[in-house]
Ligand binder design. Structure first.
Ligand code: ZN
Length: 159
C-alpha cells in the first residue's frame, strides 16, 4: 500500500501498528479494553491474511504509548472479560488494574506473531503529562485526542 497513510485517534487506548516487510503491507488498530476483550487483534490479522495474503509469522507489531497497568484501574466486574489472562489483572489494595500491554502482547503471540517481532512503548500516557493527553487524567471537556499514523512512501520514492 505505498503512498497510503493510516490513522487512528487514541487517548489512553493502544495504537497497534502492523508491518509486513515482505508484502510491504501496513495495518493500524485502535485497541482499548473493549477492543481487546473482543480480540480486535485477531480481526486485524484475519483482514491482513485474507486481503493481502500476509503470513502472521512475518508481521512486525508495535504497541504505541497508552495507559499502563500502573494507572489503568478497572471496575471489578470488568475483570471477567479477561479471565483467560489472569497475569494481566493486578489486584492492589482491593482495586483492580489491567495490564493492557501484557494483554495485547499475549494476544499477538497467541495469534502467531513471533516474540521478537513484538515491541511496546514503555510510556504511560497518564504519567507523561507534558507529552500526551490522557482520557483518565484530564477532564473530558478538554479532550485532545492524539493521532497515531503509519504509512509507506509512494513507489517512486522507493527506488
Ligand atoms: Zn502510569
Amino acid at each position: 500500500m505505498p503512498g497510503l497513510t493510516l490513522t487512528v485517534t487514541v487517548a489512553d487506548c493502544l495504537p497497534i501498528y502492523f508491518f509486513d516487510p515482505q508484502k510491504q503491507v501496513i495495518g493500524l488498530a485502535h485497541a482499548g479494553w473493549r477492543g481487546l476483550s473482543q480480540n480486535i487483534i485477531r480481526a486485524v490479522l484475519d483482514g491482513l491474511q485474507k486481503n493481502f495474503n500476509c503470513q502472521v509469522a512475518n508481521l512486525l507489531a508495535y504497541i504505541g504509548p497508552h495507559i499502563k497497568k500502573c494507572h489503568f484501574e478497572i471496575k471489578a466486574d470488568r475483570g471477567r472479560y479477561f479471565q483467560a489472562y489472569p497475569e494481566c489483572l493486578i489486584k492492589k489494595d482491593r482495586r483492580i488494574f489491567l495490564d493492557l500491554t501484557g494483554l495485547a502482547e499475549a494476544q499477538l503471540k497467541t495469534a502467531g506473531l513471533l516474540k521478537n517481532n513484538i515491541a511496546s512503548s514503555n510510556v504511560c500516557t497518564f504519567e507523561a503529562v507534558n507529552k500526551y493527553f490522557s482520557w483518565r487524567r484530564d477532564p473530558a471537556a478538554k479532550i485532545q485526542a492524539m493521532i497515531a499514523y503509519i504509512g509507506l512512501p509512494p513507489k517512486s520514492h522507493l527506488s
